[in-house]
Design a protein around this ligand. Structure first.
Ligand SMILES: Nc1ncnc2c1ncn2[C@@H]1O[C@H](COP(=O)(O)OP(=O)(O)O)[C@@H](O)[C@H]1O
Ligand SMILES: [Mg+2]
Length: 258
């Protein structure tokens, strides 16, 4: 299961990404959580207290130089198939079964720029072999235009987060168009911040043929993240515990439809 999450800024991409990662990890799966938003905050949603101290992959210059054989000299040739299989175990922050990788500046320029850092990311996304039960969750920024074809096609599905604002739906429809152009086959939507007054049917209708596969209620407590800081494993926040069934429902839908 390789799932990318996108949608308008502030709509709840990071909250959904963290919730999916946490719920999958609770099912005893290994989850690689990729923070691909330059304005990264997946770590804090996952209850990591010192998230800002995590070195983004883009800034791991020595590792990138070593893997691509550039020795810091970016002007010459470099290996297009760097070794990446050990990156989740050796370079990620471990939160129970979750392996959190912050991509940093690499996330931009995936299509245009052919540089060592981008090459490491592309190779990582293409060749990260996940076991049958494992998952990759990629928290993206609103725009997905910088996703290269190969990267886009290496994901199984794109989940677009929406709420009842017209702008969030427009952003989702635009991302869906781009995703189609990039050859991503499976597109889904999840409604977030749903209250009693949210007209779910109206949202579903505006989404056209993008299936709405779940909804997460509005809950102020989600502001504090979905996991509690914990030294041993995964500790769900009260808010996520209360909404776990909704998140698990989204996971089942993804599993059945991918
Ligand atoms: N279902 C929800 N109910 C209440 N607040 C939410 C919900 N989902 C997200 N939020 C809050 O809204 C803000 C934006 O969410 P976030 O997940 O960071 O969005 P994005 O990653 O799309 O920018 C955060 O403060 C987050 O805690
Ligand atoms: Mg975010």
């Amino acid at each position: 299961m390789k799932i990318a999450i996108s949608g308008k800024g502030g709509v709840g991409k990071t909250t959904l990404s963290a919730s999916l990662a946490a719920a999958l990890a609770l099912q005893d799966r290994l989850v690689i959580a990729l923070d691909a938003d330059p304005d990264s905050n997946l770590a804090s949603a996952l209850g990591v207290p010192d998230g800002e101290s995590i070195t983004p992959l883009a800034d791991m210059h020595d590792m990138i130089a070593e893997r691509t054989g550039t020795d810091g000299d970016l002007s010459g040739y470099f290996k297009l198939n760097p070794k990446v299989d050990d990156i989740p175990e050796d370079y990620a922050r471990k939160i129970g079964n979750i392996r959190l990788l912050v991509l940093g500046g690499i996330a931009k320029g995936g299509s245009g720029c052919i540089c060592p850092a981008t090459t490491v990311l592309k190779t990582l996304l293409l060749h990260l072999l996940v076991g049958r039960n494992d998952a990759i969750i990629m928290d993206m920024e609103a725009g997905i235009e910088h996703l290269g074809r190969a990267t886009a096609q290496s994901m199984d599905a794109l989940v677009l987060v929406v709420n009842d604002s017209r702008w969030s739906i427009n952003t989702a429809l635009r991302a869906a168009g781009l995703a189609g152009d990039l050859g991503m086959k499976k597109l889904f939507a999840v409604a977030n911040r749903v209250t009693e007054s949210t007209d779910i049917d109206a949202i579903a209708e505006k989404l056209g043929d993008i299936p709405l596969i779940g909804q997460i209620p509005f809950d102020e407590r989600l502001e504090h993240g979905v996991l509690e800081p914990s030294s041993d494993g995964i500790k769900l926040s009260e808010a996520l515990s209360d909404h776990l069934a909704a998140v698990e429902g989204i996971i089942s839908e993804l599993q059945n439809r991918c």
